[in-house]
Ligand binder design. Structure first.
Ligand code: C5P
Length: 307
């Protein structure tokens, strides 16, 4: 509910894909997926306050790379919610950005999920989570998962979700690349690399689901996989070295996150996360690292904004 100043802040997590199985291109241009989403503790905070029209401001180290016009998914989310509910109200959205921009961690989608939830509360629209997720799916394939969080299987183009049975908490070292990759470009490169091949129906790995149920990080590390990884590495060849450094220095597994270029390494515990972070930076394999744990909940209202 809006705070005394009339503002609402929603915190939303980044995601990694523990598995991303990608089928061939569909007639609508999207690809059929079978994926396992996992929400990790890197967050954007989106604050919605009453305002004229829909506008957005962004704060954070990569703020300059985030569009503030209608290309911004949070802006599109607010406009879509207003249109569908017939609400004639404005909003000023302010994004505090910690999730890497164009990094394969669904940062833009996370902001859209947060904006839907924040505007719903600000405007007293009263939509349920399911209705917000349906709107979210129109904005981007990863938006519904931003609302749900946790660990979940995604099918269709990633928007159809089923929560996964998963035990325990996993620790991750997130290696940020100094560059960005465009998601459509990585899918297109995947099609190019696989041209002429007969592709199986994408399906989630039984071994991965078993590893999640057991909570065993060694088992999980051994089955991480991403069909977009060859294309991401083809477009950003430096990723191969980063992966090798992480895997040679004790990571239980590692993979390109989504369409990249961020890499996620699974480690045993917080201490190993510290050690690997230091090594990755010391050998110059990455510009920056973050540590995170998962699963964490999806978008949620953290505070009515005071003052
Ligand atoms: O749904 P979203 O806007 O995140 O997708 C961005 C782009 O990624 C799409 O335009 C498409 O090129 C590609 N994509 C895809 N198949 C999916 C999801 C995304 O081809 N299942």
């Amino acid at each position: 509910m809006p705070g005394s100043s009339g503002g609402v802040t929603v915190r939303v997590p980044a995601k990694i894909n523990l598995q991303l199985a990608v089928g061939g291109p569909r007639p609508d241009g999207f690809h059929e997926l079978a994926t396992v989403f996992h929400a990790v503790s890197l967050y954007d905070d989106v604050t919605a306050r009453p305002g004229d029209g829909v506008r957005v401001t962004v704060e954070g180290p990569q703020a300059a790379s985030v569009p503030t016009d209608e290309r911004n998914l949070a802006v599109r989310a607010a406009l879509l919610l207003a249109r569908r509910t017939g609400i004639d109200a404005g909003v000023h959205l302010h994004i505090r950005k910690e999730i890497p921009v164009a990094g394969g961690m669904a940062g833009g989608s996370a902001d859209a999920a947060a904006a839907l939830l924040a505007c719903d509360a600000l405007w007293h629209a009263g939509l349920g989570r399911d209705e917000l997720a349906e709107l979210g799916a129109e904005l981007g394939s990863d938006v519904p998962f931003g609302l749900l969080g946790g660990t979940a299987v995604g099918t269709g183009r990633g928007e159809r979700l089923t929560p996964a049975l998963a035990r325990g908490t996993h620790h991750w070292v997130i290696a940020l690349a100094g560059s960005e990759l465009s998601t459509p470009a990585v899918y297109a490169e995947t099609d190019r690399l696989r041209a002429g091949r007969v592709l199986p129906e994408p399906r989630v790995s039984d071994r991965l689901m078993q590893a999640l149920r057991s909570g065993d990080p060694d088992a999980l590390g051994a089955v991480l996989s991403n069909d977009l990884q060859p294309a991401a590495q083809s477009l950003a060849p430096e990723l191969e070295r980063t992966l090798a450094v992480g895997l040679d220095n004790g990571a239980l597994g590692g993979l390109v996150s989504g369409s990249g270029p961020t890499i996620a390494f699974l480690v045993r515990d917080h201490e190993q996360a510290m050690d690997l972070s230091i090594t990755l930076v010391a050998v110059g394999a990455v510009a920056e690292v973050r540590r995170a744990h998962g699963p964490v909940p999806g978008a949620r209202i953290v505070e009515p904004v005071a003052g």
